[in-house]
Structures are given as structure tokens and as C-alpha cells.
Design a protein around this ligand. Structure first.
Ligand code: SAH
Ligand code: SF4
Ligand code: F3S
Length: 481
């Protein structure tokens, strides 16, 4: 009788691999101790989205645990790590320029280690090009094997040639990775990885693989701990948070997860991105309205306001369905603000079709808009489409869109004058000494005079001037009873 082979489950493999990483962390530490008479320094730079930034914090966590300190520039570093983004061609071109610059640095300092990871490293054409023409690189680490960083760095430290590990395995969830957070009061929490949507222009599903959700108890545990440590703002991350929960044993929607997070005791804010309009439910909008800790800001990328283009983009909603959602949110959450991503100049888009996007932007009244000129990504469906409109013309359309958006957001900001709003003090303002800056629940930038001691705290600010992209204000007088 044929015996069925029972292969270990992917999660078991990851658990085993994570155990091994502890051993490699010690091994690397020991090697570094022999190699340097002082603490070695790493320079880490992350490109791309918040999800990549969150990965960068984990890579830094590993580096810290392996004994590295952090340098503020590449010239001071013993290890340079670029965590790359593949979403637009320009970003890729720039990155190749950056890797090129490291050649001279490595010639001056032959023991310099160069590590590349992130989404670009999931593209075969990129890794091939690096192997052929950028021989200064020591380690290429794909996103699916990020949790093997100590093991692979150990290999790179022990070998002379380039180490490449960008295997296209399934997305796995590696819990409990070390993390070196950039801020003591704002934290990102990834709730899922990958994307299943295959919007026709987008490379993310190819480089990041299929969607997987983290177990809700792991997310709740992480947020609870962060709040206990004093974090004031939690950013929940996923390429399409609205499909959170699919494939999990437990029956749970993103709205339900949000409710459970809102119920965690403490004074903190919750934001999330990104919501895909096709999966954005009325349940989610009702949840935002009913959860006081959830910020009154919905980032709902529309990409285009024209039905033919939306169809070509494979976005799976129409202009009308999108506007209905916006109307429902406006009537359910009275103080809501919206933001969006827009692609201008999708292959075959006409000026008339672009004007539909322009009118939608005016109709919705976005507080913030992120506009991109279409960038061809090989391997995607849109890359096969005719794209006759010249880049210069597309740039003209984008400018027109930006001007229209200014008119909308200037008006929204002016309406803030005289109002008192709650703001998280996040940074010192670069504009003026003695001033801090932060955002309100709606995601608007606010600048105000206040002492540094207030960083990381919520403050009430009375807005004195509502300007383009920024509100200026004064700390509100304490209430007298
Ligand atoms: N998951 C998110 C977006 C992630 S990528 C969502 O679905 O909304 C961030 C933004 O980059 C996208 O919203 C889109 O506006 C832009 N983008 C993606 N691919 C692009 C391309 N090929 N050219 C130009 N912009 C692109
Ligand atoms: Fe790209 Fe679409 Fe996935 Fe967003 S939802 S990451 S735009 S494929
Ligand atoms: Fe870029 Fe990868 Fe994010 S391609 S936008 S860093 S998921």
C-alpha cells in the first residue's frame, strides 16, 4: 500500500527556521566581535510604502540584536542596507543609481557589507542585473525570506561572493521578529501580507505574493503591549485591509478586528491603510463611526473617476458605487476626511476620461491626494496595452489635478480657523524654533508653539490660520469650570 507522506506545514517550517535564527544571531555577534574592535554600525534606508517601512523596522531589530549600532549616513557605516520598492520605474532607476554610488565607497572600505532587500529583490530581472553588473553587493534578501536575515548575513560574512536568497516561496507569517521602532509613540502593526487583487497596472501582487492574514490574537496582543508601553497612535497595515480575515480559521472581518482593537483600554488613536473600495463595507463605516479611538480619516484610493478606465484597471467598482460609499461615510461619520491615490495617464486614457477623475476629486472633497503618473511595470496586464499619450501631456493633466485639489483642500483648511482640535505632537517643526507639529484625527498637519516635553502627547490646539496643507494654531486655554 502506498504510504502518504506527511509534509510539515509552512507555519511549522517557519517556527523551526525562527528557532535557528536565534543561533545565527549569536554566531553573527561573535563574528562581528572578532572583526571589529568597536561596535559596528549599520545604515538602513527604506523606500516605498508603510508596509516596507514596517519591514525595515524588523530588519533593524535583527541588526540591533546581532550587535549593530546605527549610523546616520552611509559613509559612517560598516553595513549598508537598502530596503527597496518596485511600484514605479523611477524609484527603481534611482535605486540602481544608489547601488552604483556604493561602488566607490566599497573601494575605499573593502570590508563594507552591502545588503539589498524589499520588493525589487523579488523581481528576477533585478537580481540578474545586480549579479551581472553590481558586483559590490554582498547579500540579496527577498521579502518572503526576511525572517532568515541572520542566517543569510552569517553566510555573507563567511563567504566572498554574493549571497542571493529571493526564493519565490509562499507568503508566510513570522511572528515575534525583533523590531527597532523609529518612534516611541507611533507604531505600525502589519495585520496581513501580500495582495490578491491584481489591479492591471500594479506589480505588488507579483512581488509580494498571495494575501495572508495574521491571527487576530497576535494582533491584539501586539497592540495591547504597544499601548501599555505608551504608544499613542497605532497604524494597522495591509494592501487591502478590508479583506482581512479571509483564509483564517476564525470567522472575523476587518470591522470586527477594529472593534476589538478599539476596546483595548488606554488613550490612543488607531489608523489603518489601505482600504480597497471594492471591499469597503457599510459595516466598516458604521464601525469607524462607533469606535472613538479610530481616526476620522478614510484613505480610500479611487485611482480614476472614469468607469472605462476603472474597468481596464481591474478595480471592480464603478464611479457611482465609489461615490455612494463616500456619501454613506459623510452621512454616518460627520467629521470624516478622505484621502486617495490617483493614477493619471493609464494606457489609453483620454483627456475626457481624465476630466471624470478631476470632477470626482472636486465632488468628494479630499483632504489629501497622492497623484502618480502611470508607470509601466513589466509583467503586468497594463504593460501590454497601447499607451499613446506622451509623458509631457500626462504631466500637464497631473498639474491640473493638483491645482483642483488645492482649491478643495484650501477650503477645508480655512474652515478649521477658530476651531479647537486634538493633535498628537509628533516632531519639532523645522519651520520655527519652539514649535511642534503633528496631525489631527482627520490627518491634517498642524503646527503650534509648544515645549519639546509635549512630544508624544495629545494636545488641544486652537487653529488660528488654515493654510495650504497646514494648519497653524496655539495651545488652547485650559477649560475653566
Ligand atoms: N494597495 C493599495 C495601493 C498600494 S500601491 C491600493 O490598492 O490602494 C500605492 C499606490 O501606488 C497605488 O494606490 C497607486 O495609485 C500607485 N501605483 C501602483 N502601481 C502604479 C503604477 N504602475 N504606476 C503609477 N502608480 C502606481
Ligand atoms: Fe496593487 Fe491593487 Fe493590490 Fe493595491 S489592491 S497593491 S493597487 S494590486
Ligand atoms: Fe513598493 Fe513594495 Fe510597498 S512595491 S509600495 S514597497 S509593497
Amino acid at each position: 500500500m502506498e504510504q502518504e507522506l506527511s509534509l510539515p506545514q509552512p507555519q511549522e517550517v517557519v517556527a523551526q527556521e525562527l528557532k535557528q535564527q536565534k543561533v545565527y544571531i549569536s554566531k553573527v555577534k561573535e563574528l562581528l566581535g572578532q572583526r571589529y574592535l568597536r561596535q559596528p554600525l549599520a545604515y538602513v534606508h527604506t523606500y516605498g510604502c508603510q508596509g516596507n517601512v514596517a519591514d525595515g523596522e524588523k530588519l533593524k531589530g535583527f541588526l540591533r540584536d546581532m550587535g549593530y549600532g546605527f549610523a546616520s549616513c552611509k559613509e559612517e557605516a560598516d553595513l549598508v542596507l537598502y530596503n527597496t520598492c518596485a511600484v514605479r520605474e523611477n524609484a527603481e532607476k534611482k535605486l540602481f543609481g544608489k547601488i552604483g554610488e556604493l561602488k566607490a565607497l566599497k573601494e575605499q572600505k573593502p570590508e563594507l557589507l552591502i545588503v539589498l532587500c524589499g520588493c525589487m529583490m523579488q523581481e528576477e530581472t533585478v537580481t540578474e542585473k545586480i549579479q551581472k553588473s553590481y558586483r559590490q553587493v554582498d547579500l540579496i534578501l527577498g521579502t518572503h525570506v526576511m525572517h532568515l536575515f541572520p542566517q543569510l548575513l552569517h553566510q555573507a560574512l563567511c563567504s566572498k561572493g554574493l549571497v542571493v536568497e529571493a526564493a519565490n516561496r509562499e507568503n508566510v507569517i513570522a511572528e515575534g521578529l525583533p523590531v527597532q521602532r523609529e518612534s516611541a509613540f507611533q507604531a505600525s502593526v502589519q495585520i496581513m501580507y501580500g495582495c490578491n487583487n491584481f489591479c492591471s497596472y500594479c506589480i505588488v501582487p507579483y512581488v509580494r505574493g498571495r494575501e495572508v492574514s495574521r491571527q487576530p490574537q497576535h494582533i491584539l496582543q501586539e497592540v495591547t503591549q504597544l499601548v501599555q508601553q505608551g504608544y499613542k497612535e497605532i497604524l494597522l497595515l495591509g494592501q487591502n485591509v478590508n479583506s482581512y480575515g479571509k483564509g483564517l480559521e476564525e470567522n472575523i472581518t476587518f470591522a470586527q478586528l477594529l472593534r476589538q482593537i478599539d476596546a483595548i483600554p488606554g488613550d490612543f488613536w488607531v489608523r489603518f491603510m489601505t482600504s480597497h473600495p471594492k471591499d469597503c463595507t457599510k459595516e466598516l463605516i458604521d464601525t469607524i463611526a462607533q469606535c472613538p479611538k479610530v481616526c476620522r480619516q478614510v484613505h480610500l484610493p479611487v485611482q480614476s473617476g472614469n468607469d472605462r478606465i476603472l474597468k481596464q484597471m481591474n478595480r471592480q467598482y464603478t464611479r457611482q458605487q465609489y461615490l455612494e460609499l463616500i456619501d454613506y461615510a459623510k452621512s454616518t461619520i460627520p467629521d470624516v476626511s478622505f484621502s486617495s491615490d490617483i493614477i493619471v495617464g493609464f494606457p489609453g486614457e483620454t483627456y475626457e476620461e481624465f476630466l471624470d477623475t478631476l470632477s470626482l476629486v472636486q465632488q468628494v472633497g479630499y483632504q489629501n491626494l497622492y497623484t502618480f503618473i502611470y508607470s509601466k511595470r513589466n509583467g503586468t496586464k497594463a504593460a501590454q496595452m497601447e499607451d499613446p499619450v506622451p509623458e509631457k501631456e500626462k504631466a500637464r493633466w497631473v498639474n491640473q489635478l493638483i491645482q483642483a485639489e488645492y482649491a478643495v483642500s484650501d477650503k477645508l483648511n480655512l474652515a478649521y480657523e477658530g476651531k479647537t482640535i486634538r493633535v498628537l505632537a509628533e516632531n519639532e517643526s523645522s519651520e520655527q524654533d519652539g514649535c511642534l507639529m503633528g496631525h489631527n484625527s482627520q490627518g491634517v498637519l498642524v503646527k503650534f508653539p509648544a515645549p519639546k516635553e509635549l512630544l508624544g502627547q495629545f494636545v488641544n490646539i486652537t487653529v488660528t490660520q488654515g493654510r495650504r496643507a497646514v494648519l497653524y494654531g496655539e495651545p488652547a486655554a485650559p477649560k475653566t469650570v
